[in-house]
Design a protein around this ligand. Structure first.
Ligand SMILES: [Fe+2]
Length: 246
């Protein structure tokens, strides 16, 4: 089975469209969505429509999906994120609001083989930035493999019986064959708002037969996405950061 893994789209229609156009030429069987389909970007309905059309086998909610759909009030959000979330809540169609509200909380086990989570499989709103957080998650869970998002930073943590290892991915593409006896936490990066200093859209693929994870970076029409953000009256830093990948 080949899985297409999409995370942190953040209402960036241009970035999502570029990814979907690219993977049209690839073979994949099932789509997985790790949350934050909306929030920050200017095209929440277009992003949700494209995701729904993919008929993902699993789509879980992210913190922005919760606030934008009114499940949470966003008291933990900074001013810019909250302003964008309130704008998004007004723009979403009733059908897309219902769809976002219906997304389950992670972790969700996929095909009995691996898990997906937004922030961590312990707390959907918590971050895994480095080995300390990853080790904590490995210790408190038993998943042999878990894909996660939320930090917008593509990275792989591996836990062998001896040590924890951080694998930094390379752009524009990276491939890793999973080793037997090693547990993994994999972040495929963010499609709509990368924060690793690389503005290219980031997404993942997982081939469960060859046990291979790949992470890919793609250029997209960043200026167009920025113009839409500014045209919608959303805060300028949301546009600026797209070109910086921060
Ligand atoms: Fe996010």
């Amino acid at each position: 089975m080949r899985y297409l893994i999409l995370s942190d789209i953040h209402a960036n229609h241009e970035a999502l469209r570029a990814v979907l156009a690219h993977v049209k030429r690839k073979r994949w069987d099932r789509a997985l969505v790790l949350g934050d389909v909306v929030g920050y970007g200017a095209d929440p309905n277009q992003a949700v429509d494209l995701v729904r059309a993919l008929k993902p086998v699993v789509a879980i909610r992210g913190n922005h999906d919760k606030v934008c759909s009114g499940i949470e009030d966003g008291e933990m959000f900074n001013r810019v994120a909250l302003q964008a979330a309130m704008w998004t809540r007004e723009k979403l169609t009733p059908s897309n609001l219902r769809w976002l509200r219906s997304l389950p909380e992670g972790p969700v086990v996929v095909d009995g083989a691996f898990a997906v989570a937004h922030g961590t499989p312990i707390d959907e709103d918590a971050y895994i930035f480095g080995e300390i957080e990853a080790l904590n998650v490995f210790r408190q869970t038993a998943f042999p493999l878990c894909f996660f998002g939320h930090s917008h930073f593509p990275v792989i943590f591996g836990l062998s019986p001896d040590a924890i290892q951080t694998v930094l991915t390379t752009s524009p593409s990276f491939r890793l064959r999973l080793q037997p006896g090693v547990r993994y936490l994999v972040n495929p990066g963010s499609i709509g708002q990368p924060r690793d200093g690389n503005p290219l859209a980031s997404f993942g693929m997982f081939d469960s037969e060859t046990r291979t994870v790949s992470i890919h970076r793609l250029p997209y029409r960043i200026e167009r996405a920025q113009q839409k953000i500014l045209g919608a009256g959303l805060p300028r830093p949301l546009a600026d950061r797209l070109a910086l990948g921060r």
